[in-house]
Design a binder for this molecule. Sequence first.
Ligand code: SF4
Length: 357
Amino acid sequence: MPNVGSAHAKQQRGPAATTPRPAGFLFPLAPGCLSRLAPMVRKLLLASPRGYCAGVERAVETVERALELHGSPVYVRKEIVHNLHVVRDLQERGAVFVEDEHDVPVGATMVLSAHGVAPVVRTNADARSLRTIDATCPLVTKVHVQARRYAEAGYFVILIGHEGHEEVVGTMGEIPGQIALVESVEDVGKLSFPDGTKLAYVTQTTLSVDETLVVITALRDRYPEIRAPQREDICYATSNRQWAVKEMLDEIQVLLVIGSKNSSNSNRLVEVALTHGVRAHLIDDETGIAEGWFEDAEVVGITSGASAPEKLVQRVCEWFRARGVTDISAHRFVEEDIEFRLPVELRRELALAAEQE
Ligand code: SF4
């Protein structure tokens, strides 16, 4: 169980009797006595699993190791993962985030983000003699490989995903002209192919498990012969975090999802709660919390997206502790044991550096 249940609320002196009391904050006792905190809510439940996935761990460590090896600046194309705090921390350590490979000086080191890129990005990087380190999550690469295999076998590929997301841009760039994006059942209804077109589908890794199933069902109804990947493309981290939220929905009245606005898997966690009638809010950190959210809530659930560091969860717990909440526990404890090796280019460089020492 995470070490979150043993902390004690700070004792504070109560305000003067005439001072308006913020909801659930300080509970005034008799003069001379230490005040007790009247908890803002009765209990916090922490979802498990939550937070960093193996792909994010690997991507963040890639930038950190590249900085150790090469010093600042190390250029990173796009946000290495979709989290404001992670990006800020790495910026402070010398990473420079750019939108495009053309923004990287010739010959410099560039890390590709966990979301993956289209092959043209690697071609452009080679043309600029960039030292490229590819931190694409292996589970995104798996989807790219699958899409290429389908295309090579003569299939037209339907990608289920969100338009404009970097992962979608990268996957579509693998097989331009042989792939179409659908976001919804309505999009499936708009598809049209010449007779005899062989079809296959793949999905973005960070989608809603339930919504994707609905779209897949629509695809299968319309195209019974459509080829499906042997294994689900929605990654283990995305589906596990959605499962963990669903498991505690009966016990909570409000869910806080710690994650950035552009984090696809974090947004899906909010949707899971909303779909089941539980109020949910996406926050970058404790500064995004509004006290009014909990007026009629007894139990608040907390989870974090796959790119949100655990320290942000602890900061949110502290925010509640400061408002008298001492009952903080994991809903259950589920351990994920997936690890990915660092990118091969980086491992080679690290081995070389070790030899030279
Ligand atoms: Fe990889 Fe899934 Fe994490 Fe994305 S959310 S980086 S696909 S493990």
